[in-house]
Design a protein around this ligand. Structure first.
Ligand SMILES: Nc1ncnc2c1ncn2[C@@H]1O[C@H](COP(=O)(O)OP(=O)(O)O)[C@@H](O)[C@H]1O
Ligand SMILES: [Mg+2]
Length: 201
């Protein structure tokens, strides 16, 4: 498309931006396989709301192209958390790309973070990130296979079935969990909980 001679400079510039952003996302996701083999976490003190904003901006062009709205609802009073930035961003990108794949034009994807702390059943303090889409939803019989390596419903060449299993591995290495709720035809919510444990005080 970029090679066409009949494009205005504006259109050409927009196409170039889309191409670059798409390439950047592709590289980050491709790097996932390497991260999954790397057991060591390179933690740093992180503002999770800021990381989400940055990650959403990487997805903006793709969402726009598909006619899907991206919404961010940052919770207040979110403490800094000690996490591996690169690995955690891969988790977010994976869940966002899955949500986008499940969406059609007119759908929306909403990312929200908890207001301050969320305590789990074991009494550990942490924070929560939810990614909700209004897409196709997940049939109940698939729910317990989602995180299995190589489970995919996408056509050959479109899905590896590794995204969720790698993402769960990364979250678990941070001491966290991912839970899913979904209804066919209505959409899905993936909720990540990560403990504050190990954060820099
Ligand atoms: N937000 C979502 N909405 C609907 N289905 C989903 C969603 N996220 C994941 N899935 C289902 O889970 C499967 C596995 O996801 P994943 O491990 O990321 O592999 P892949 O995206 O390569 O198929 C997908 O093929 C899809 O069927
Ligand atoms: Mg995926």
């Amino acid at each position: 498309l970029l090679r066409r001679k009949d494009l205005t400079e504006d259109v050409r510039a927009d196409l170039q931006t889309i191409l670059e952003a798409t390439e950047r996302v592709r590289k980050i996701v491709k790097g996932l396989l390497d991260f999954s083999r790397q057991t060591r976490l390179d933690r740093e003190q992180m503002d999770v709301n800021r990381l989400i904003s940055t990650t959403l901006s990487l997805m903006e062009n793709q969402a726009l192209l598909k006619g899907v709205q991206l919404v961010f609802k940052p919770g207040g009073d979110l403490p800094m958390v000690n996490m591996d930035r690169t690995q955690f961003q891969s988790v977010l990108l994976n869940l966002l790309i899955n949500a986008l794949d499940a969406s059609e034009p007119g759908d929306s994807i909403t990312v929200s973070t908890s207001n301050g702390l969320v305590t789990n059943e074991a009494g550990q303090q942490g924070i929560e990130i939810s990614i909700t889409d209004t897409g196709c939803g997940i049939p109940p019989e698939h729910l317990n296979k989602l995180f299995d390596p190589f489970f995919t419903t996408k056509e050959v060449g479109h899905g590896t079935g590794l995204g969720l299993s790698v993402s769960l591995g990364i979250v678990q290495r941070h001491g966290g969990t991912i839970r899913v709720s979904s209804e066919v035809g209505k959409g899905s919510t993936f909720t990540i909980w990560v403990p504050l444990e190990g954060r820099v005080r």
